[in-house]
Design a protein around this ligand. Structure first.
Ligand SMILES: [Zn+2]
Ligand SMILES: [Zn+2]
Length: 370
């Protein structure tokens, strides 16, 4: 009896899911709809049919506990694929297929046994469309100072891939007690006659106290395909504007599975917070000009997290037989990547630098030694 009931329930769930994925089909022609950054709707590439996405809601921040990561909730029907070349793990809805890795373009991606892991609870939908991302890329190429002049015209860009990359945000109310040994320097005159001289000495003293500090949306990159440096270069993500995760925003895109889990990311966030508290302690004693140590004993209260997906356009472009990777921020269009160096420009630039250095040395010589 109980078994029967379970079966019934399973049936219900599967039919509910089918209905759900049907919502991504075009009402006009039955093709799959894609999330369109220009209109903020699901749109059909073939007939132009559209469908609204759910009204955006603010994302729920979830209380973090040491058990959070084990509470792996189901994403629904998602599968995890892995690239044999760059190792990127990409999450796809069951109806999505990819033939090449969205990050490096390598073929032969394989389905991985990895569980999808935690489900995102926040998303920053694409604001920049693929044509706009191309424009940003061209502009960026034009600004590359040492790149060949024909780069913008001759570089061949392959199709861009819209990918959501994972990051975590943490909020925490940190109460910390501290003790520290600080010092103040002073000078004394010692000796007499020819031996009379000033010496610098340090008066050491101990301080202790407590500090309260609230942290909001500390952003930790969880992608293996994008470094924190690249994320900074493209201006980070405006996580304050993130909205509750809905499958619709992923329609037509893929999402990278987090490479750095929740617990490991919380450790990184804690380190950041403790460093920040330590410098707040330091700033309480502006008179001190030496620090022996500052010990901080933090308690983290009301810690909450969000698992946010942020949008990027990524691909590579070909110039004179070589490929150069790049990423474009899907929120603000800022671009980062590798660019070829023009041998002629680099030669003259080095010559110019050498010239400036030479001129400086000559001026120093004239000013101080002649
Ligand atoms: Zn259609
Ligand atoms: Zn790859």
């Amino acid at each position: 009896m109980a078994k029967e009931a379970l079966k019934e329930e399973a049936k219900d769930v599967s039919s509910a899911r089918e209905v759900e994925s049907d919502t991504f089909k075009c009402p006009g022609c039955g093709n799959f709809l894609k999330y369109d950054p220009e209109t903020g709707k699901l749109r059909c590439d073939y007939c132009g049919g559209t469908r609204d996405v759910p009204t955006p809601k603010p994302p729920m921040e979830i209380y973090y506990t040491s058990l959070s990561e084990q509470g792996v909730s189901s994403w629904g029907e998602v599968k995890c694929i892995q690239c044999p070349v760059c190792g990127a793990k990409t999450m796809l809805e069951k109806y999505q297929t990819v033939t090449v890795c969205p990050f490096c373009g390598a073929p032969n991606v394989v389905e991985s046994d990895e569980v999808p892991g935690l489900k995102p609870n926040a998303v920053l939908p694409f604001l920049v469309s693929e044509p706009k991302a191309h424009e940003s890329l061209k502009k960026w190429m034009g600004k590359k100072f040492l790149a060949p002049t024909d780069l913008k015209k001759t570089a061949k860009t392959s199709k861009m891939n819209g990918v959501y990359v994972p990051s975590w945000t943490f909020d925490s109310n940190v109460y910390a007690t501290y003790d520290a040994r600080l010092g103040k320097t002073y000078t004394v005159t010692v000796g007499s006659g020819k031996n009379r001289r000033t010496e610098t000495r340090v008066r050491w003293y101990n301080v202790s106290g407590s500090i309260n500090s609230y942290f909001d949306d500390v952003l930790i990159n969880a992608s293996s395909r994008m470094t924190q440096k690249q994320l900074t270069k493209i201006g980070g993500f405006d996580t304050k504007n993130s909205i509750q995760y809905e499958e619709e925003y992923l329609s037509g895109y893929s999402a990278e599975r987090y490479a750095q889990g929740l617990d490991a990311s919380w450790e990184v966030a804690k380190e950041y917070m403790v460093d920040s508290v330590r410098s707040q302690v330091r700033n309480r004693y502006p008179d001190a000009d030496r620090v022996d140590y500052i010990h901080v004993y933090p308690v983290f209260n009301e810690t909450k997290y969000k698992y946010v997906l942020g949008p990027i356009w990524t691909s590579s472009y070909r110039y004179k037989g070589k490929d150069y990777g790049f990423v474009v921020n899907g929120r603000n269009g800022r671009t980062a990547g590798k660019a070829p160096l023009s041998p002629i420009k680099t030669f003259f630039f080095s010559l110019f630098c050498a010239g400036v250095a030479g001129l400086l040395i000559w001026m120093i010589y004239i000013l101080f030694f002649s």
